[in-house]
Design a protein around this ligand. Sequence first.
Ligand code: BT5
Length: 321
Amino acid sequence: MTTRRAVLEALREAGSAGVSGEAIAASLHVSRVAVGKHVAALRAAGYEIAAAPGSGYVLASAPDLPLPDEVEPLLETAGFWRDLSGGRETGSTNDDARELARTGAPEGTVVLASRQLRGRGRLGREWESPDGGVYLSVVLRPAVAPLEAPSLALAVALGVARGLERLGATPRLKWPNDVLLRDGKLAGILLEMSAESDRVEWVVAGIGVNVRRPADGAASPVAAYLDDAAPGVRLAEAAAAELDGIARAYAEWLAGGFAALRPDYEARFALAGQAVTVRDLMGDVRADGVVAGVDDEGRLLVRAADGGVVPVTAGEVTLRG
Ligand code: BT5
């Protein structure tokens, strides 16, 4: 733990009773001046810290942002995640995490943001990323062949859904990579990877979750917001819940493949029995029919009019009618 984090923890523990700079300095074996500098840095980062005569410092409020200092103490899977960074504005957390992965960042590295200037969806589409959302990307290094990677997107989506359930939401999953709440899109997932022919080198999984409706009425018409199901939820809580869900689903996926997650995925599956058209990345129709489920490899099973079942590995699903 950094000294700054330790000072913050001391302030949190003291609560409204407060704690003197001297007491913090003594417990951390640093100088009183050093404590003062860390308090100043925390204030600059948005923490409101009162200095009451007699009782010392009192932490009055913490910024409602997915800052590493806010997210990390809430993690139940802190042993898996490492080197959390960011938490404010960036271009795209996927770009940041790809750069880290390319330069050797270990599995479990996390980049966080509360706003993105160039948020990306799949196929060059835009991901609207205003204030009030949680945008994060993680570096994974699964020892699998590239062919096994597509179902990892489903595992991540399931992990996000399970994590957000802890906050009181009941999300549903739209194959392959959407997390829905009621009729809107609560979260989107973008997996990017680097691989040799027989081995994945790294995967960057990026997740955007809409938490609060933008104040200026600029809400996306297709979006759903976590705050509607979990009123007052803080961005750091949402980030920690997502990360816990992802870490656990990823461990299960590594141990047992998508087959191990399939019952839980199907329990949240929004497409069962729906009439759909599935197009491939070129826009050509790959399957047309009624969704019969997903298989152990995570492929979407579509029953065509002639009764034949078409398994689809990748594509874009639209509901018919
Ligand atoms: C996705 O793409 O759903 C993947 C989105 C991944 C975003 C994360 S945020 C952290 C990381 N950094 C990045 O730069 N990206 C990742 P796709 O399936 O292509 O869906 C994109 C479509 O969703 C758009 O064409 C819009 O129709 C819709 N959309 C855009 N922004 C949205 C939002 N905030 N909420 C709901 N829907 C949105």
